[in-house]
Write a protein that binds this ligand. Structure first.
Ligand SMILES: [Zn+2]
Length: 342
C-alpha cells in the first residue's frame, strides 16, 4: 500500500528546518536536500511500508496519523473525509426536490449537482427572461425563452454526467399541486426556493412535509437581507414551519402571517444586491443540506432556526424556533388536501 501526506497539512521550511503539520501536532525535521527528496516522494508518488520502516520521521508521521493511504478521492469525498464523515456514497444518491428554478433554485441546484448530488427534481413554470441573465449565475443568453426547468436540466446534465434531472412544469395554485408533486417525485429532502408571491405556499408545503415526514428547508432573500431556515427534520427537530409562523405573528402582529403576505409589484422590488445575495444564500443552504445528510448536525446552522444575515455588514441574527402550543400541524391532525385552492 502507498501512503501520502494528508491533504491540507501544511509543509513550511526555513533555511534550517522543515515543519510538517499544524502547530504542536506537527513535526520538525532538518532542512537537508535528502529530506526534501523524501518529502517530495511522500507528496507526489507516495511511500511504501518499507519507506516508513526505514525512515524515522515517516514513522512519526504515521503514528501522528498524518499519512493517508489514498490521494485518489475526488474533491467532495475528500471534503467529507476532512470533516470526519465516512464516505457514504448513498448521501449523494438522496432524492432532492427543488421547488423553484429562479435565482435561488437554479444556483442551489447547480451547487448541489457540483457537489455530487445526482437525483434532482426541479419544479417551475416560467421561462428564462432577459432580466434574469443579469442577476443569475446559471443561465446564459442561449437559454432565453426556454422553460427554466428545461434549461436547468440541460445545464446540469450537460455539466455533470452523473446527474439525472427530472422536471415538473407546474404553477402551484393550491395544496393539491404540492401534494401531487411530492407524490410524484417522492423526495428525501425538499428545498423551498420558490418566490413567496405564491400565497399560502409555504404553509401548505410545511403541512404536507410534516405529515409525510420529509425534511425541508426554507431559503429566501429580500433587499440586502438573507434568511436561511428553518430546516425541519421530522424526528430530529420538534417544531414545524407553522410554529415559526405563529411565533412571528406573535412578535410582529397578525399581518406577518405567511399565508396573508404577498409581494406586490414584484419586479419593482428587485434589489441591486440580489445577485450576490442569491449566491450567499444558496451556498449557506447547500452547506446545511450536505451536513444534514452527513449527520454532522453541529454544522447545520438552520436546524429549527431562522438565520437572518445582513450581507453588507456580515452580521447575523439567529432565532430559535420552538414548538408553538397552538400549532395544529405538528400535533396529530390528519392531512387534508381538499379545500386548499386559494
Ligand atoms: Zn408546528
Amino acid at each position: 500500500m502507498q501512503y501520502y501526506l494528508k491533504r491540507y497539512l501544511p509543509v513550511v521550511k526555513n533555511p534550517q528546518k522543515i515543519k510538517i503539520g499544524v502547530k504542536s501536532e506537527g513535526i520538525i525535521v532538518e532542512n537537508t536536500p535528502a529530506n526534501i527528496v523524501l518529502l517530495e516522494k511522500l507528496i507526489e508518488t507516495g511511500i511504501s511500508e518499507e519507506d516508513i520502516a526505514n525512515e524515522a520521521f515517516f514513522g512519526w508521521m504515521k503514528e501522528k496519523e498524518m499519512l493517508t493511504p489514498t490521494m485518489k478521492g475526488i474533491r467532495k469525498e475528500l471534503f467529507l473525509e476532512y470533516m470526519g464523515v465516512p464516505l457514504e456514497r448513498s448521501i449523494l444518491s438522496k432524492k432532492l426536490l427543488i421547488l423553484g428554478a429562479g435565482g435561488m433554485g437554479s444556483t442551489t441546484a447547480f451547487m448541489l449537482a457540483q457537489f455530487g448530488f445526482k437525483d434532482l427534481t426541479i419544479v417551475d413554470y416560467d421561462g428564462v427572461e432577459e432580466s434574469e441573465i443579469e442577476k443569475m449565475m446559471v443561465y446564459r443568453r442561449e437559454h432565453l425563452g426556454q422553460q427554466k426547468t428545461d434549461a436547468l436540466k440541460q445545464i446540469l446534465e450537460g455539466t455533470f454526467d452523473y446527474c439525472n434531472v427530472k422536471t415538473i412544469e407546474q404553477k402551484i395554485r393550491g395544496k393539491e399541486d404540492i401534494f401531487r408533486i411530492i407524490e410524484e417525485s417522492d423526495p428525501e429532502f425538499v428545498i423551498k426556493a420558490m418566490d413567496p408571491k405564491d400565497v399560502g405556499f409555504r404553509l401548505w408545503l410545511n403541512e404536507i412535509c410534516f405529515h409525510k415526514q420529509i425534511p425541508f428547508v426554507n431559503n429566501s432573500y429580500s433587499f440586502e437581507f438573507i434568511r436561511l431556515g428553518p430546516l425541519f427534520a421530522p424526528g430530529i427537530t420538534d417544531a414545524c414551519d407553522n410554529c415559526c409562523n405563529l411565533w412571528f405573528m406573535k412578535g410582529q402582529g397578525a399581518d406577518a402571517d405567511f399565508n396573508a403576505s404577498e409581494k406586490l409589484f414584484h419586479s419593482y422590488t428587485i434589489h441591486p444586491a440580489i445577485s450576490f445575495n442569491i449566491n450567499i444564500a444558496a451556498s449557506l443552504a447547500v452547506k446545511d443540506i450536505i451536513f444534514f445528510f452527513a449527520k454532522k448536525y453541529e454544522y447545520v446552522s438552520s436546524f429549527s432556526k431562522v438565520v437572518d444575515f445582513k450581507s453588507l455588514e456580515l452580521q447575523g441574527e439567529v432565532v430559535e424556533i420552538t414548538r408553538h402550543p397552538a400549532c395544529k400541524i405538528c400535533s396529530e391532525v390528519e392531512l387534508d388536501v381538499r379545500s386548499s385552492v386559494a
